[in-house]
Design a protein around this ligand. Structure first.
Ligand code: TGC
Ligand code: FAD
Length: 426
């Protein structure tokens, strides 16, 4: 049921190079007959290729048919179903921009549309997928040797192996450059390093088969792929962090390393913070699309509720204050989607993009999604407290999306540095 069989994969690669023509500028004035679409006010759909629309439809069907029915139980019980990654793998949703290794090699916008559909259901499901695609498969594809790619990429693409990305430490979150985790040459075993240190708040770590851990070798940051199955007892622990009040449908934990032996051949070919930050560019880009999906779900649910619920003999939707909340949210969702598509096109273009563009859309879309989901929550009155209305879950999740992969204020400082040439971090 993969959306890209080997035959269509070739066709889709062609399609992705030949985008459908953009809508032509209208010579006539906007007509009152042109219908306004409340769920796509600025017609972002008109900017997509046929292939992208088809991928979006496949992702939406899967998410609505298979993920939505599971999400309440997963969220209530903090129970992430590991099979989800296998299902996503069978549909070609993992590592979608990678060429080869059973990955479809589609456009960055297509990958963003996938995260939008997954996060329309739940940010935690998007998190589990993003880590696998952008933060584990991405770095192996970008900085891995041929042997590393041959060994792991296909299994990760199929969801047969689960990966995690360990950058944050208990004492160093926004400032990963100060990390304390070290890798030292093994004193007796040639060609091996010993890794020691702790990583925290790591998505997928308790179930990960492959753990990409960033550690300092003589003060220089390097990435190591740790294979859980090869770790001697007592050298690697990944306890789960339970009782979260957001992102409960994903699984989060620590990585504790105590002289864990890792072969030098498992090291990635990149040095310094540009290693983890290059992977984060793709993951942050995915979040910028994803949170729009979560906000769109909030808008749709609030609109439906306000049309059905009556107070003072009128549907809530008839009241001006309610309409303003919907209008504000729909405006920011559609601006956010257009900006994300533009950055996606630049990402795939010859000219490329500046990482600050990703900071801008990650920050703005997360901030706006959190703000509006919280405002739309008010439309549900007391019912908002029931998880069956879903909106409270999105609000709690969207706090996390605003925090991880660079908290909103950190991205403001990245932008401030680019605008002024002066850094304000320390
Ligand atoms: P700075 O001097 O800015 O940069 C150091 C080196 O890195 C390079 N670099 C980048 N390269 C590519 N893309 C980017 N976006 C890059 N940003 C920086 C830079 O060119 C430089 O290279 P070189 O060769 O000159 O050494 O470093 P800094 O220490 O001053 O950085 C400060 C700051 C705040 C920008 C940075 O530390 C930061 O972004 N902090 C936020 C931390 C963060 O995002 N953590 C994410 C953890 S992973 C996660 O949250 C996953 S959640 C997944 C999920 O569940 O979905
Ligand atoms: P801190 O760095 O302590 O920041 C606290 C506050 O201080 C923030 O508001 C921040 O903006 C502000 N602040 C910090 N420095 C400055 C400054 N110079 N100027 C102004 N304000 C400042 N990490 C991973 O490596 N891999 C993962 O898979 C992963 N998954 C996660 C999943 C979840 C559910 C969560 C909650 C986190 C996850 N993280 C992961 C960690 C996440 O990236 C960090 O929480 C985030 O980077 C912020 O770091 P911190 O929590 O240490 O906050």
């Amino acid at each position: 049921m993969s959306f890209l069989t080997s035959t269509t994969r070739q066709a889709s690669r062609l399609l992705s190079r030949h985008h459908l023509p953009l809508p032509q500028p209208q010579t006539r004035c906007a007509s009152s007959k042109t219908p306004f679409q409340w769920d796509d006010p600025l017609s972002s759909q008109s900017l997509l290729t046929e292939e992208e629309i088809s991928i979006q439809e496949t992702a939406r069907s899967y998410c609505q048919d298979r993920l939505l029915p599971r999400v309440l139980d997963a969220y209530r019980n903090e129970n992430y179903d590991r099979d989800i990654l296998r299902e996503m793998g069978s549909l070609g949703l993992l590592g979608p921009t990678i060429q080869g290794y059973s990955c479809p090699g589609v456009s960055s916008v297509a990958s963003g549309l996938i995260t939008r559909e997954v996060e329309r259901v739940d940010s935690g499901y998007r998190s589990g997928m993003s880590v696998q695609s952008s933060l584990v498969m991405g770095p192996i594809d970008q900085f891995g040797s041929k042997a590393q790619k041959d060994r792991w990429l296909e299994k990760l693409a199929q969801g047969e192996l689960v990966g995690c990305f360990g950058l944050t430490e208990p004492n160093h979150g926004s400032d990963p450059g100060s990390m304390e985790t070290t890798a030292k040459p093994h004193p007796t075993k040639k060609g091996y390093y010993l890794l020691s240190g702790a990583k925290t708040w790591i998505t997928n770590s308790p179930i990960a088969d492959l753990l990409l851990v960033w550690a300092k070798v003589d003060g220089q940051i390097k990435g190591f792929i740790i294979e859980r199955a090869a770790c001697p007892t007592g050298t690697l622990e990944t306890p789960a962090l339970k009782n979260k009040n957001g992102l409960r449908a994903s699984i989060t934990g620590m990585i504790q390393l105590d002289n864990c032996p890792v072969p030098a051949e498992n090291m990635l070919d990149v040095t310094g913070l540009k290693g983890p930050f290059s992977c984060l560019n793709s993951a942050r880009f995915g979040i910028a699309f994803g949170v729009v999906g979560a906000l769109e779900d909030c808008i749709e649910r609030a609109r439906t509720y306000s049309l059905e619920r009556k107070q003072f003999n009128n549907p809530l939707a008839k009241f001006q204050l309610v309409q303003k909340k919907l209008a504000d949210a729909a405006t920011d969702a559609s601006y956010g989607m257009l900006a994300a598509i533009q950055v996606g096109r630049l990402k795939d273009s010859e000219a490329g993009l500046a990482p600050e563009m990703i900071s801008m859309i990650k920050r703005q879309n997360c901030d706006r999604a959190l703000h509006h989901s919280r405002t739309l929550q008010e439309i549900f009155g007391g019912n908002a407290v029931s998880d069956e209305y879903h909106i409270g879950r999105h609000v709690a999740n969207l706090f996390v999306t605003q925090t991880y992969e660079g908290q909103s204020d950190i991205h403001a400082l990245i932008l401030g540095r680019a605008i002024t040439g002066l850094q304000a971090f320390f």
